[in-house]
Design a protein around this ligand. Structure first.
Ligand code: SDX
Length: 435
């Protein structure tokens, strides 16, 4: 029997008459949580929640989202306001330190990040071990996993100053490593960071410039990419962030934790969706084919899902998708000669899906990945680099969540249990006795 009071849930095992009072904890906003840690000790029970859909894995003050209301806050600031008025480097500071920086704090942060944009020259040799056409996420995971061997302070995870240094290194070096992945694929020379440029301009210069001719990024493109980085910077305890936390709970160095998070983000169901959306829109081709693809997405016998639709938490329009959708229009309207069939196909697909009972009943709306690929494609960023851009942005969230966890007095190694459904204990059978 379960009795719910204001601040306690009492669970009674009627077979033994034993009870346990589980405290109800309430945060600043959002759903209260039942602290079930005494459940096993007092009643010998586990909770069961495959996919952790209703499990709070930690206390966090970084990002809040309300899936029903379509609300997303970074340290309390609405994503819509940050998208309109901030920039990715300032948002990285906000996620990491919890407050918007003063001018002096921002200047110091920017100076520190600029001092760490280069990587150890030996790290460049890593790329030569990959096939030229390796997926850039495979390179990102490998290179990020190696970083502790060059930046050993990252292993001093209980040193606040070394944590801060490593956080700045992650934010500073991700654009450099990401750009190298693209240059390696093209067979073009790596481009060194140019610290006279802003954060996003520096990244675009490392991706697009070549020694043979001058390159200047377009302000409208820099702004569009900066917006995408803001929108992808953090998102509560999503799969990749939970991976970073679980890896970090074992006291692994944060570079290796972020490599694990990248591997998780690579999945189509998660950050790999932006790449999958563009491939899906290209496969749809003409808008006349949309209905057949929507029918496949509804067919339980078909593994096809509508990429860029649905979300574990958002059962309303993903607020990030709304912002990106508008940015798509603004960007494509402002950039001559950009073909828009992908955007037209996406908008018609969105219209048809949102009028379909299957999607309405399941509250399947476009998510952050549905439109982001269209902007990235308009910026001439290759499709295989889309998830790398997502990882670049989310590395600010990953390192902020890792720091928060290490500083949390409640931190302990993550160790979920299970519901065992295998064979009961039995004795070994000799080979000649088996039938
Ligand atoms: C990201 O967690 C985060 O915060 C992630 C993220 C972040 O910023 O970190 O927001 C980034 O990962 C966004 C999601 C990107 N992925 C995709 O766009 C891939 C397509 N989406 C689906 O794979 C799916 O919607 C998920 C993985 C996103 C959510 O999976 P859930 O919550 O486990 O959904 P579900 O399986 O419970 O679906 C409920 C129903 C099912 O049908 P029924 O069994 O009830 O009949 O909806 C159906 C699903 O089959 N469904 C879809 C669908 N998504 C769910 N049907 C068709 N197309 C889809 N896209």
């Amino acid at each position: 029997m379960i009795r719910v009071a204001q601040d306690t849930v009492t669970i009674t095992d009627n077979t033994t008459g034993r009870s346990v009072d589980c405290p109800v904890q309430r945060g600043t906003c959002g759903e209260p949580v039942i602290d079930v840690r005494a459940l096993h000790r007092e009643l010998g029970l586990f909770t069961y929640d495959p996919g952790f859909g209703v499990t709070a894995s930690c206390r966090s003050a970084i990002t809040y989202l309300d899936g029903d209301a379509g609300v997303l806050l970074y340290r309390g600031y609405p994503i819509e306001q940050l998208a309109e008025r901030s920039n990715f480097l300032e948002v990285s500071y906000l996620l990491l330190y919890g407050e918007l920086p003063t001018p002096a704090q921002m200047q110091a942060f920017e100076h520190s990040v600029k001092r760490h944009t280069m990587v150890h020259e030996h790290l460049n040799k890593f790329f030569a071990g990959y096939r030229y056409d390796a997926h850039p996420m495979s390179i990102m995971v490998g290179v990020m996993g190696s970083m502790a061997s060059y930046y050993h302070e990252s292993t001093n995870i209980f040193s606040p100053s070394d944590r801060d240094l490593t956080a700045h290194r992650v934010i500073a070096k991700m654009p450099n490593i990401a750009a190298k992945c693209h240059k390696y694929y093209l067979g073009q020379p790596f481009v060194y960071p140019d610290n006279t440029l802003g954060y996003v301009e520096n990244f675009m210069n490392m991706i697009f410039s070549v020694p043979a001719e001058p390159y200047v990024s377009q302000a409208v493109a820099v702004r569009a990419l900066d917006l995408l980085l803001i929108l992808h910077a953090d998102h509560e305890q999503n799969a990749s962030t939970s991976t970073v936390r679980l890896c970090g709970s074992a006291e692994t160095n944060p570079f290796a934790c972020i490599a694990a998070g990248m591997a998780t983000l690579w999945g189509r169901a998660h950050g790999g969706a932006n790449e999958a959306v563009v491939h899906m829109l290209q496969n749809i081709g003409d808008v006349s084919n949309i209905s057949s693809f929507v029918a496949r997405a509804k067919d339980k016998g078909d593994s096809f899902r509508l990429m860029g639709f649905g979300h574990r938490v958002y059962k309303n329009y993903d607020p990030r998708a709304k912002i990106i959708r508008q940015a798509c229009h603004d960007l494509l309207d402002s950039m001559e000669g950009i073909d828009q069939p992908l955007l037209e196909t996406a908008m018609e697909l969105e219209r048809i899906a949102l009028e379909d009972d299957y999607f309405i009943e399941r509250k399947l709306y476009p998510n952050v990945d549905f439109y982001s690929g269209i902007i990235l494609k308009a910026l001439n960023i290759p499709v295989s680099m889309f998830t790398v851009i997502f990882a670049l942005a989310r590395s600010a969230g990953w390192i902020s969540q890792w720091v928060e966890m290490i500083e949390d007095a409640e931190m302990r190694i993550g160790r979920p249990r299970q519901l065992y459904v295998g064979a009961a204990q039995r004795d070994y059978v000799a080979m000649d006795a088996r039938r």
